[in-house]
Design a protein around this ligand. Structure first.
Ligand code: AP5
Length: 221
């Protein structure tokens, strides 16, 4: 089962990807996480990506495509994967389809999470992440057991550099201008499933399960 989790920054892609990984036993492929790892390692890709990510713009298609190509070809992806934050442009989507075709694979589901901008800004400003195991939290909506520390591994939680107010606004603009049109792209392929991303994390998990377990759901477009 090959899934794309689609939606604006803060819509819950990473949160729901963690649920899909656990329930369906397939790996998460997050281009944002891969780029942040490259920045942390100070690799050539990381050095190029850092200032672009801090501004809220998109890293070049070539760079992210290479990361995804290498990852999708690994053996743990043989029974499926969940892509989080990729594709984000039409050329990325075209290249993904060509790549999967060459591996005799296809995208089975694109799950699009819909959330209004006001809520997205609230979510991103309150987001905290574990720098060690990557688990995500929110200061109000998804609290760790002990304030400020990861419930899984106990590491002190951090705020992402690109979650500052100005960068968040730019990320939302970039989404509107460069990414949102992919919804009609996927709709035309008949693989788009729209889900409201505004309920509780559990309610959204149930809606995603309804799509993935039955292969269909009310708002399929
Ligand atoms: P990336 O890391 O992909 O960030 P993003 O798409 O902006 O998405 P986020 O991770 O911010 O949000 P999310 O939807 O995963 O929400 P989350 O689950 O964390 O990309 C970062 C940067 O890398 C980009 O700006 C770009 O520069 C570069 N990049 C990455 N991919 C690229 C690509 N393909 N091409 C080019 N450049 C690329 O949830 C957010 C918060 O809300 C959390 O605190 C969570 O606990 C909370 N929350 C989640 N669900 C709910 C809910 N239902 N109710 C209440 N709170 C909730």
């Amino acid at each position: 089962m090959n899934i794309v989790l689609f939606g604006p920054p803060g819509s819950g892609k990473g949160t729901q990807a963690q649920f899909i990984v656990q329930k369906y036993n397939i790996p998460q492929i997050s281009t944002g996480d891969m780029l942040r790892a490259a920045v942390k390692a100070n690799s050539p890709v990381g050095i190029i990506a850092k200032s672009i990510m801090d501004s809220g713009a998109l890293v070049s298609d070539d760079i992210v495509l290479q990361l995804v190509e290498e990852r999708v070809s690994q053996s743990d992806c043989v029974y499926g994967f969940v892509l989080d934050g990729f594709p984000r442009t039409i050329p990325q989507a075209d290249s993904l389809i060509t790549l999967l075709d060459s591996l005799d694979k296809k995208i089975d589901y694109v799950i699009s999470l819909e959330v209004d901008d006001k809520e997205l800004i609230l979510r991103l400003s309150g987001r905290r992440t574990c720098p060690s195991c990557g688990k995500g939290y929110h200061v109000l909506y998804n609290k760790p057991e002990k304030d400020g520390f990861c419930s899984v591994c106990g590491t002190q939680l951090v705020q992402r550099d690109d979650d500052s107010e100005l960068t968040v606004i730019n990320r939302l603009n970039v989404y509107e201008q460069q990414t949102s049109s992919l919804k009609s792209y996927f709709s035309q392929l008949g693989i788009l499933y729209n889900i409201s991303g505004s309920g509780s994390i559990n309610e959204i998990q149930k809606q995603i399960s309804a799509v993935l377990d039955t292969g269909d759901f009310g708002d399929h477009s």
